[in-house]
Write a protein that binds this ligand. Structure first.
Ligand SMILES: [Zn+2]
Length: 214
């Protein structure tokens, strides 16, 4: 649906660290609907129009200034990720060789023969699967290194933000922004944490794998 709450799930109360919830209200004598993001803990709120305008302004300014830099940075990070993944694959391949060696030298007269055999076979299977998954991720990264569509998409977006539908705006913000904090007691000061790259899934995976981006 084309929900007007395009920042849902990425907007937080700076003080309570709570995710803001969405709220609609229509005062008795008014025809206009008022839309807010509201903290479930301290109950403070901010109108969607107000915060969306601030985010658009920051976003346009940032992308106007930094798009070229962002493209270069993204490229560098992708190359670093690729190296990190290759390193993991090498380690796993070494493990796999060791496991295979253990299995091949396991004596049938060993009193735990059957048990050990099953353990090694299971480990060989999971390691092989893991290696395959890393290969898939590396292929994805290779593809992204070639493809600059995402940054182009964001670049085009900043030029005429208001022509996009809410869902389109939301999709771009999810690619570019990790988190927005609203400081209600400091004049609704907004802090935007931009993502390092538009590749959300891979970025999260690299964090899990502890592969550095910088
Ligand atoms: Zn709060």
């Amino acid at each position: 649906m084309d929900s007007p709450f395009i920042l849902r799930d990425i907007i937080y109360c700076h003080e309570c660290k709570e995710k803001l919830i969405t709220k609609k209200s229509t005062p008795a004598k008014s025809k206009k609907k008022y839309l807010y993001y509201c903290c479930p803990s301290c109950r403070k709120k901010i109108s969607t129009d107000k915060i969306h305008e601030s985010i658009f302004a920051d976003f346009s300014l940032r992308w106007g200034r930094e798009l070229k830099f962002y493209e270069k940075q993204t490229h560098k990070i992708l190359v670093r990720w690729k190296k990190g993944i290759e390193h993991k694959i090498n380690d796993l391949n070494e493990n796999l060789e060791k496991l295979k060696y253990h299995l091949s030298t396991l004596g049938k007269n060993n009193e735990y023969y059957q048990e050990l055999k099953e353990i090694f076979e299971m480990q060989i299977l999971t390691t092989t699967k893991e290696i395959q998954e890393y290969h898939t991720t590396r292929e994805q990264i290779d593809f992204l290194i070639e493809d600059e569509m995402q940054t182009e998409l964001i670049g085009r977006f900043k030029q005429d933000i208001h022509r996009y539908s809410n869902e389109e705006k939301r999709a771009i913000f999810l690619l570019a922004i990790e988190k927005i904090g609203v400081n209600f007691s400091k004049d609704n000061h907004i802090r935007i944490d931009y993502r390092l790259t538009p590749y959300v899934q891979i970025e999260d995976l690299m964090k899990q794998l502890d592969i550095e981006s910088a």
